[in-house]
Design a protein around this ligand. Structure first.
Ligand SMILES: NC(=O)c1ccc[n+]([C@@H]2O[C@H](COP(=O)([O-])OP(=O)(O)OC[C@H]3O[C@@H](n4cnc5c(N)ncnc54)[C@H](OP(=O)(O)O)[C@@H]3O)[C@@H](O)[C@H]2O)c1
Length: 402
């Protein structure tokens, strides 16, 4: 509990943590009570200095709820828009206090009271403005934060390629692994020319039990500071219509390989007191997924493995993150045998990961997928979630595999 609290409140000034808790109280306790339990006749809300009563006050509580819920989320995740929203809202409260004071007391007393009420909120707005960098997600260069070399598996396409580009742009030298050597070579040449970094090509088949060992051997002389366990594969279709030979590589590539690579590279990171391990999971790993049963199970493994590793490794200065994309526009669907459907660009997955790295154990890419998966896994009976998951997949899997 203590470690959780330290992690939860880390990185913000104390006064900002206090405001975050205040917003949580307002959003989850006070405003819901105000909206649903307080008698209409007794309800009062002040907006822009004007006192609203009765049903107008009830309606006024809704934007208040949005402000406090948004404030809690904004403080928690340090969203960029808070740099503007927080001082603006404080100024609105300051203005409200001034107008209310003048209206309530009148004359010079009213001005004096209004100014006295408004002053703390003007100070708060200024404090927000001065500390706006907290909301700009200023990232220390990954190379400075973790070290010189990154190992990216599945770098020959899609999300892995996007990871390699982002890490190289940040100055990290990259060991690039996958089976398609020609693609890795082209990417390596491009990254070296564009960013002046070093690269190393590590061709390996991670479905092969010796594959991860070959990767480790090829990078044994490098200090791997960032490990991106990205290589992954799916195999769509009803379980009994797919053979074990088709499905076993999913377990090897998506689960066994990350386990082997992470296990081998973590001790050195621990010795250096810094490092990062990223597991590319999937929102598929949050629920049972008929017609993609084994894939979802492997991504569930990645999620639970990575989240547990986050808390184990945090005290040693190592950041672990499971990134959970929804549909992403890569070769994945084609390889998995899915019906093509649109998704987010792979660069977005990396962008979201880099924002979240070091701040939490896992991150879902995109608010809609977050909402969808949170409702499905927290509010809906598990049996219903399983049926809905199968229905969603039915539209994405060819009918002869249903
Ligand atoms: N695209 C999506 O909708 C989506 C959604 C959620 C999560 N994900 C996850 O994102 C990760 C990256 O997938 P992607 O979307 O970028 O798909 P992708 O474009 O198909 O890339 C998959 C990568 O994994 C490599 N790989 C596959 N099998 C391998 C093997 N046996 N040995 C070594 N490398 C292998 C591939 O390289 P070679 O073929 O050259 O070996 C390729 O570089 C995966 O873990 C996937 O589960 C994808």
């Amino acid at each position: 509990m203590g470690a959780w609290a330290r992690d939860f409140f880390r990185g913000r000034p104390t006064w900002m943590n206090v405001l975050m808790l205040f917003c949580a109280y307002m959003a989850f306790v006070y405003v819901p009570w105000d909206l649903f339990a307080k008698p209409v006749a007794r309800d009062q809300e002040v907006w822009f200095g004007f006192l609203l009563t009765g049903w107008a006050a009830k309606a006024g509580a809704i934007p208040h709820w949005i402000v406090y819920a948004g404030g809690f989320y904004g403080f928690l995740r340090r969203r960029r828009w808070m740099a503007i929203a927080a001082p603006l809202y404080s100024l609105q409260v300051a203005y409200s206090s001034l107008v209310w004071g003048i209206g309530h007391f009148g004359g010079a007393t009213g001005w004096a009271a209004g100014l006295a009420f408004a002053a703390p909120f003007v100070a708060l707005a200024l404090a927000f403005w001065k500390t706006r960098d907290h909301f700009r997600a200023p990232r220390v260069s990954l190379r400075k934060r973790y070290g010189e070399w990154a190992l990216v598996t599945g770098a020959s396409s899609g999300i892995g390629e996007a990871w390699a580009r982002a890490l190289a742009a940040d100055g990290l030298s990259c060991a690039l692994s996958a089976r398609r050597e020609d693609r890795l070579e082209a990417l390596a040449a491009e990254l070296e020319a564009a960013h002046g970094i070093e690269t190393r090509i590590v061709p390996a088949d991670l479905a092969d039990p010796e594959g991860a060992g070959r990767v480790l051997e090829a990078v044994s002389d490098l200090e791997i500071a960032v490990l991106v366990n990205n290589a992954g594969v799916g195999c769509a279709g009803r379980f009994d219509l797919r053979s074990a030979d088709e499905l076993a590589p999913l377990v090897a590539v998506n689960c066994a390989a990350p386990l082997r690579l992470t296990s081998a590279l973590l001790p050195a990171m621990r010795g250096r007191g810094r490092g990062a391990v990223i597991l590319v999971g999937s929102i598929a790993g949050r629920q049972p997924l008929g017609l993609h049963a084994v894939y979802a199970a492997t991504k569930g493994f990645d999620l639970l493995f990575g989240e547990a590793l986050y808390v184990e490794m945090k005290p040693f200065g190592i950041d672990v993150l499971v990134v959970e994309p929804g549909t992403t526009e890569t070769e994945f669907q084609q390889v998995a045998g899915e019906v093509p459907h649109s998704g987010v660009p792979p660069e977005r997955v990396v962008e979201v990961s880099l924002e979240a790295l070091g701040t939490r154990p896992s991150v879902v890419v995109g608010w809609f997928d977050w909402l969808r998966i949170s409702v499905a896994t927290r509010l809906v009976p598990r049996s219903l979630t399983a049926w809905i998951g199968r229905d969603v997949m039915a539209a994405r899997v060819p009918e002869d595999l249903h």
